[in-house]
Write a protein that binds this ligand. Structure first.
Ligand code: NAD
Ligand code: DAU
Length: 333
């Protein structure tokens, strides 16, 4: 199978490419990625010499780039990981989110239509459903996005829905919960807190740290996407979750304990605007199809902490430049 992985130099995409090349030695992978601040070829250093792997630098918001990739390559399936993904950045400046997550998705959909691609997976998020106090979101839950990030993802997902209905395109949309694991840019909660504590810096917890997220190990996200690629039904939507719900404060204490630090390292700061209180996914549909998660939370988070401890060559350069401090200042009391 010839796979076009879009946005494969980011966190989830790079872990997925590694998984695919290892599990399916006959598959060919093309990775199309703009290399934004979040895209990093160091994420794929170990496979850059693999004969079945090719990297193309390009922006999906540019129609000509996308068309050229489809024209020049034989592609059986497309998996779109490319997006601007950080809620805090979307609050400060949504423009790149609109371009990549909506216009970029549109360009890819035009490509799969013109070149009659057999399968397209739109990798999306539970955040499109908004926040839920009790119960869980199913695939039928309405979209109620609260941040410019989730609104732009919802825009891309709705274009996918429209292309299924209008043109019968072979699209699957996935909505996953919060992922963690190696190669996650150190601006998101888990890698930011791990690396700050390793550097003996305080961790900026929004509000009282009561917000709840459902946490999925990145390799489980990869297993689920692999499963959906091979067994998922086109035209369908699948939630991908773990059932592991944790308050941000619990996550913070877990990391502090593992690294031998105490709560004096916590700095409570002003809350994120429109901060979603809780996400939780009902994954009955995917489980009925036969998928189940393989990793348990404490072991996978411990493994993740060990990875950041052993790989400061990877994350230290990403923390310089002051941008992380810049947007955190917006939230200071
Ligand atoms: P990431 O920010 O780590 O990586 C995004 C990748 O997309 C980067 O390599 C970046 O260079 C690339 N990219 C951005 N704009 C592009 C453009 N215009 N053209 C081509 N490439 C571009 O993101 P991630 O955390 O790996 O998330 C991947 C996907 O999964 C996203 O669509 C995100 O919405 C979704 N998702 C993420 C999570 C999570 O917890 N991280 C959970 C659910 C869904
Ligand atoms: O739910 C899936 C989504 O998970 C993905 O679609 C997004 O791309 C991904 O970034 C993530 O979004 P969140 O906003 O949930 O992740 P983040 O790591 O930014 O924040 C997790 C929680 O931790 C959230 O309640 C805000 C809080 N937080 C986050 C940061 C970065 C803090 O308290 N302090 C922080 O510095």
């Amino acid at each position: 199978m010839n796979l076009l992985i879009v946005g494969g130099a980011g966190f989830i995409g790079s872990n997925f490419i590694r998984h695919i090349l290892k599990k399916y030695p006959t598959y060919r992978v093309i990775n199309l990625d703009k290399l934004t601040y979040a895209g990093n070829l160091n994420n794929l250093k170990d496979i850059e010499g693999n004969a079945n792997y090719q990297f193309i630098k390009g922006d999906i918001a540019d129609e000509r780039t996308v068309k050229k990739v489809f024209r020049l390559n034989k592609i059986d399936a497309v998996i779109n990981y490319a997006a601007e993904t950080h809620v805090d950045r979307s609050i400060l400046d949504p423009s790149a989110f609109i371009k990549t997550d909506i216009l970029g998705t549109y360009n890819l959909l035009e490509g799969i239509k013109e070149y009659k691609i057999a399968k397209y997976i739109q990798v999306s998020t539970d955040e499109v459903y908004g926040s839920i106090e009790k119960g869980k979101f199913t695939e039928e839950s309405p979209f109620k996005p609260n941040s410019p990030y989730s609104a732009s993802k919802a825009g891309g997902d709705l274009l996918c829905r429209a292309c299924v209905k209008t043109y019968g395109l072979p699209i699957i949309v996935t909505h996953a919960c919060n992922c963690y694991g190696p190669y996650q840019y150190p601006e998101k909660l888990i890698p930011l807190f791990i690396t700050n504590i390793i550097e003996n810096k305080k961790v900026p917890l929004y509000g009282e740290g009561q917000n709840i997220r459902e946490w999925l190990y990145v390799l489980d996200h990869g297993n689920a996407t692999d499963f959906i690629l091979h067994k998922g039904k086109v035209g369908e939507v699948y939630n991908i979750g773990s059932g592991v719900e944790k308050q941000n404060l619990e996550i913070t204490h877990f990391i502090l304990d593992e690294l031998g630090k105490d709560e004096a390292m916590i700095e409570k700061i002003k809350d994120r605007p429109a901060h979603d209180f809780r996400y939780a996914l009902d994954c009955t549909k995917l489980k009925r199809l036969g998928w189940q998660s393989e990793y348990d939370f404490p072991s996978a988070l411990r493994e993740t902490i060990r990875w950041y401890l052993a790989n400061d060559w990877w994350w230290k350069p990403l923390k310089s430049g002051g941008y992380l401090e810049y947007y955190k200042k917006q939230y200071q009391r």
